[in-house]
Design a protein around this ligand. Structure first.
Ligand SMILES: C[S@@+](CC[C@H](N)C(=O)[O-])C[C@H]1O[C@@H](n2cnc3c(N)ncnc32)[C@H](O)[C@@H]1O
Length: 232
């Protein structure tokens, strides 16, 4: 069998690809060599260990496969992650942002226990048991400026929750990545209408929408909005 040609992603720091750029497989370099987080494949090449990154298991991978125009992933950036679950995507953020900090908020205690176990050796992840609807409650856990908010929580008022967190934590010109599941908001309305309403809420809340990315192929009924906080 031919060896995978794992190489730098041409546009994104600390993300790696094999195959063609148009139809790539994605990887991140494992910050904790030898350790899997969710059963992902570990691959050794030239003294480095890579973790395979499946777009069906992580919406962030699905976003990158769709080649966003906004380059929001950079080493050293600090990220507030809302809806961390057991840490699948958080762990890839941790590999990519390296010296940046990921504040990983999750309100389900069971998921939080798994998140703590899964990220115990990752020094740049701070798990926070908290409810994203009440951002002030976790303020004492956040001690750096936030460059990026990533939200994936499947709640009915997703955009409103994102706006609250952006107002409270995101620095001016910081980036919001919001995964919207249309059926969490309204199972009857047409998806397009739901996405439009959510976009309006973000705009009214002080964000410029830079792009929208349809990831239905990997996550049913999901659209991702990428916004930038307007300076006040
Ligand atoms: C779709 S899962 C997230 C998957 C995760 N982003 C990943 O890719 O690994 C949604 C998570 O959001 C959490 N969640 C939902 N509402 C929340 C809230 N208000 N505050 C914090 N977490 C919440 C759920 O408990 C669940 O673990």
């Amino acid at each position: 069998m031919s060896k995978l040609n794992i190489r730098n992603h041409p546009k994104i720091d600390n993300v790696f690809i094999s195959g063609s750029f148009e139809n790539p497989k994605l990887y991140t370099k494992n910050l904790v060599p030898g350790k899997q987080v969710y059963g992902e494949k570990l691959i050794k090449r030239n003294g480095k260990e890579y973790r395979e990154w499946n777009p069906y298991q992580s919406k962030l991978a699905a976003i990158l496969i769709n080649q966003p125009k906004t380059n929001f992933l950079k080493q050293g950036k600090n990220c507030l992650y809302l809806g961390a679950a057991s840490g699948t995507t958080v762990s890839h953020f941790s590999d990519i942002l390296e010296n940046g900090v990921i504040y990983a908020v999750e309100f389900a205690e069971r998921s939080m226990r798994q998140l703590i176990q899964n990220t115990a050796e990752r020094k740049n992840v701070i798990p926070i048991l908290g409810d994203a609807r009440h951002p002030i409650e976790y303020a004492k856990n956040i001690f750096t400026e936030i460059d990026l908010i990533y939200q994936d929580i499947a709640q009915p008022n997703q955009a409103e929750i994102a706006v609250k967190n952006c107002k409270y934590y995101l620095q001016d010109k910081g980036i919001l990545i919001l995964a919207i599941k249309s059926q969490s908001i309204d199972s009857v309305s047409k998806s397009k209408k739901v996405y439009k309403e959510e976009q309006k809420t973000l705009e009214k809340g002080g964000l410029d929408i830079l792009e929208s990315i349809n990831i239905h192929q990997y996550a049913e009924n999901h659209l991702v909005l990428i916004g930038r906080k307007k300076p006040i």
